[in-house]
Design a protein. Structure first.
Length: 256
């Protein structure tokens, strides 16, 4: 997956590097690295029955719903390994902004919180420059039930100076963790990539020069912008996650 665009007059490219999967269906732990520097990127996924091919596609479909801010289908409850209460997926991306290159990690945790019900209990966005000696830094770290909506506290305090931001983010969090009593299904979506949360971050984008560290927030703004483009624009050539099949309970074969 490769996305291109521009924000704040800067050109950027986002490319998926790999995934780390824990407790999704029959995969207790697995990692996959995407081929790099090859035109066409992924051509196919092959392996023995039960090796996790379908799970890789399932996690790509999950990423589609997360980045687009759309509701995750309720049958994802059954994707959490039956012997576990939680499952996690960590996605790794390369983000190029002008002449700089960043490693971006986006990690989510799904939690069973009732009969046939689940929620996103953790959501974390981290980044670092792709150079020796650089440490990966959390930019958005959400944990359900924690007092502050997200960490690091320094960045959260900056947003919370405007009470309207606090209200909007609180509404965004509640709207992404609902349970529809009438239908008996969870209504779950990403907090970070929800429309209301992105409106707050987009507002802050214009304030980068007013005290925020651009090395921290600019890569996140570019990534957020790229994710919105990926699922709202029509791509006449190539492939995007929007073209992947919908999640299914079982599949005889997998192709990607």
């Amino acid at each position: 997956m490769e996305l291109k665009g521009d924000v704040m007059e800067m050109k950027y490219v986002v490319r998926l590097l790999g995934m780390e999967i824990n407790n999704i269906k029959n995969v207790i732990h697995g990692e996959i690295e995407m081929p790099q520097n090859k035109k066409g990127s992924i051509l196919g996924i092959y392996g023995a029955n039960g090796s996790g091919k379908t799970v890789i596609v399932d996690c790509m479909v999950l990423l589609k719903y997360l980045l687009s801010g759309r509701q995750i289908p309720s049958n994802f409850y059954y994707y959490i390994n039956e012997a576990s209460d939680t499952s996690t997926v960590k996605y790794r991306f390369e983000l190029k902004i002008e002449e700089k290159c960043y490693l971006v990690e986006y990690e989510i945790e799904l939690l069973k919180n009732g009969k046939k019900s689940f929620c996103i209990s953790k959501e974390k966005f981290s980044q670092r420059e792709m150079s020796e000696g650089k440490r990966i830094t959390p930019v958005f770290d959400y944990q359900k039930g924690r007092k502050e909506l997200f960490r690091p506290l320094k960045l959260y305090e900056r947003f919370s100076k405007d009470i309207q931001n606090v209200i909007a983010l609180g509404v965004a969090e509640q709207a992404t963790q609902n349970y529809n009593e009438e239908k008996g299904v969870p209504e779950v979506s990403s907090f970070l990539f929800s429309r209301k949360a992105q409106e707050v971050f987009e507002k802050a984008e214009g304030e980068v020069e007013d005290g925020a560290d651009p090395e921290i927030v600019v890569p996140m703004f570019c990534f957020l912008h790229a994710s919105s483009l990926a699922f709202t624009s029509i791509q006449p050539t190539g492939q995007s996650l929007a073209h992947l099949p919908q999640p299914m309970q079982r599949s005889a074969s997998t192709a990607a």
